[in-house]
Design a protein around this ligand. Structure first.
Ligand SMILES: [Zn+2]
Ligand SMILES: [Zn+2]
Length: 154
C-alpha cells in the first residue's frame, strides 16, 4: 500500500510504502519529524483501519482523479467541435463533443477509489478492500477541527 502522508505542520505530501513501515519520517519541506504507527492491516495492504499519522479511524473514499484533466479533455473536445460547427459540419461537431464527454466518463469510471483520512488528509492507495463511506461534510468539519486543535493549529 502506498500512503501519501500529509505533514501536520506544512501540508507537504510525503509518499511512504506501508510494507516498509518506517517508525518515523522527516518532512522534506519543513524538517518536522512525523512518527508513524502502522497497523497490521496497513502493512499487509488488506484494509485501512487506522491512520498511521494521526491515529484516526474515520476515512472517506474519493475518486483518484484530477478534475483539471477531465476539464481539459472536454475543453479541447468543445474547441475542435466548435471549429467543425463553424464550417457547417454539425454532425461531426456533435460527434466530437459526444466522444469527449465519453472519454471523460471512461477515464472517470476506470479510476480506483482512494481512501482519505478525515483528520490529517493522508491518502491510501493499494489493492485493499474499499470499505470507507463517501465524503460527509459534517464529519469532516468536526474531525478536522478536533485534529487541528490537537496539533495546535487552532
Ligand atoms: Zn512539513
Ligand atoms: Zn490521519
Amino acid at each position: 500500500m502506498q500512503i501519501l502522508v500529509k505533514c501536520p505542520k506544512c501540508d507537504a505530501g510525503l509518499a511512504v510504502d506501508a510494507a516498509e513501515a518506517p517508525a518515523a519520517i522527516k518532512c522534506g519541506r519543513c524538517g518536522r519529524d512525523i512518527p508513524l504507527a502502522f497497523s497490521d492491516a496497513l502493512r499487509s495492504d488488506t484494509a485501512v483501519d487506522r491512520c498511521p499519522v494521526c491515529g484516526g479511524a474515520e476515512f472517506y473514499l474519493r475518486k483518484d482523479f484530477d478534475p483539471k484533466l477531465g476539464l481539459t479533455v472536454v475543453v479541447i473536445g468543445a474547441s475542435i467541435s466548435a471549429l467543425f460547427y463553424w464550417f457547417g459540419r454539425d454532425l461531426i461537431a456533435y460527434g466530437i463533443l459526444a466522444s469527449a464527454a465519453l472519454i471523460d466518463l471512461v477515464v472517470y469510471g476506470r479510476l480506483r477509489d482512494v481512501t482519505v483520512c478525515y483528520r490529517c488528509h493522508s491518502e491510501f492507495r493499494g489493492a485493499y478492500a474499499r470499505t470507507a463511506p463517501a465524503f460527509d461534510l459534517h464529519t469532516a468539519d468536526v474531525l478536522e477541527l478536533e485534529y487541528e486543535r490537537r496539533i495546535g493549529r487552532r
